[in-house]
Write a protein that binds this ligand. Structure first.
Ligand code: ADP
Length: 402
């Protein structure tokens, strides 16, 4: 029997998300989340999707990622799908930062782990958790291949003129300061699916992909390759996000240090955790912002307008970068679900060939779909992202090709 199952692990700083996927039919066998790792209030939410069973919860401290993954392994084992199962082909890990060297899905060995560790200074929140996740998985199943799939990989094709900041080259190179981009697994998956929706090969289409979740990023994709993306050295640059500022004059940092006496860490925390929609109006959930707008709340309105203004600037910029655009594609929590955001982002861009059909936009649905009227020169599409499936596909393809 050829093993066909892939366990996808997404280890965050205090959480582990996982999915067990059978690549024979791309079905989900189990999904779950361990959260608040390290706190007294840790919880594990586990849902077996094959064979009924129903959701299960565990509460109580999970001391670290090791403990969390062991708990996950126990839950899977209780469903007869444990890590020792001969049907398990590979464990696929989402790794946030692969830097300049790790640009394709990679079989993990000691050298690869060392490189992911070496990149911790540029991804201090994520790469340590990713390393721990891999080490624990290796300990639990030493004989099983582990594949790392990098969030930065899709963007490694960016030309140098998009990837470099205009700062002193020696300083930049000494400290690996450049634009890496993130959400790459999503941008790759969504741009491929969007080409499919247009009935074309990815190599034939130019796309602007807008991944609008709690974190948000835009990318300009020419013929399946990333030409530019809005996140940079870290996921702070670019669009207005749930709690992150996105683009800002870097001198704001010096100003807050000198005038407000804030430390580097305080400014870091401000820009990453107390900015964006949350900083502007006290809410970072687009649904809540829309509810408040309906009640005439001025702060929510302004936050929405700032969010849309930034989005429009990126659509315009990437239109210019690409020259010709086949489609603008919305994905992730906000992009897939918020018709008002899609409508507002495209409003007034008719001269660029862009338009949204009110009915199609409002219709909703879980499938990839076009929401532009048939006359629109540039299509507008909604394509649900599926980062876990993409990680599973890439991990499985790598072990199947060995
Ligand atoms: P993450 O970046 O955490 O993976 P998601 O892609 O799941 O985020 O997006 C989460 C965000 O999506 C929420 O914070 C919320 O703003 C937005 N969202 C989810 N559902 C809706 C909806 N029905 N309408 C508007 N916004 C939504």
């Amino acid at each position: 029997m050829t093993p066909t199952r892939v366990l996808v692990l997404n280890s965050g700083s205090s959480s582990v998300k996982y999915q067990l996927i059978d690549m024979a039919d791309r079905s989900r066998l189990a999904v779950g989340l361990a959260e608040r790792i390290g706190e007294e209030t840790s919880a594990l939410h586990h849902e077996p999707l094959a064979g009924g069973g129903g959701k299960r919860e565990r509460h109580g401290r999970l001391a670290d990622h090791d403990a969390a993954l062991e708990a996950v392994a126990e839950e899977l084992a209780a469903d007869g799908m444990g890590l020792d199962s001969p049907e398990l082909a590979v464990i696929g890990h989402r790794v946030v930062h692969g830097g300049l060297k790790l640009t394709v899905p990679t079989l993990v060995d000691d050298a690869v782990l060392k490189e992911i560790e070496r990149l911790i200074p540029v991804a201090p929140l994520h790469n340590p958790a990713n390393v721990t996740g891999i080490r624990t998985a290796q300990r639990l199943r030493p004989d099983l291949p582990q594949v790392a799939v990098f969030d930065t990989a899709f963007h490694s094709a960016m030309p140098e003129h998009a990837a470099r900041y205009a700062i002193d080259v020696e300083t930049a190179d000494a400290h690996r300061v450049r634009r890496y981009g993130f959400h790459g697994t999503s941008h790759a998956y969504v741009s491929r699916k969007a080409a499919e929706l247009l009935g074309k090969d990815p190599s034939e289409v130019n796309l602007i992909v807008l991944h609008l979740g709690n974190g948000a990023s835009a990318s300009a994709v020419r013929g399946g390759r990333c030409e530019d993306t809005s996140m940079g050295l870290t996921p702070l640059e670019g669009l207005v996000m749930g709690t992150r500022s996105g683009d800002i004059d870097p001198a704001v940092v010096f100003h807050l240090g000198r005038v407000a006496g804030m430390s580097m860490d305080e400014v870091d925390e401000l820009l990453n955790k107390r900015s964006g929609l949350l900083g502007l109006c006290g809410d970072n959930d687009m649904r809540q912002i829309r509810r408040r707008m309906a009640e005439g709340d001025a702060a929510a309105r302004l936050a929405f307008d700032i969010y849309i203004h930034r989005l429009k600037k990126y659509i315009g910029a990437y239109y210019a970068v690409l020259g010709t655009v086949d489609a603008v594609v919305f994905t992730a929590g906000v992009g897939e679900n918020s018709a008002p955001v899609r409508e507002a982002a495209v409003a007034g861009l008719e001269e660029l060939g862009l338009a949204v059909d009110g009915e199609l936009n409002a219709a909703g649905g879980k499938e990839a779909r076009l929401i532009s009227p048939s006359y629109a020169r540039v299509k507008v599409a909604v394509v649900p992202t599926d980062e876990e499936l993409e990680i599973a596909e890439q991990s499985y393809a790598l072990v199947a090709s060995r």
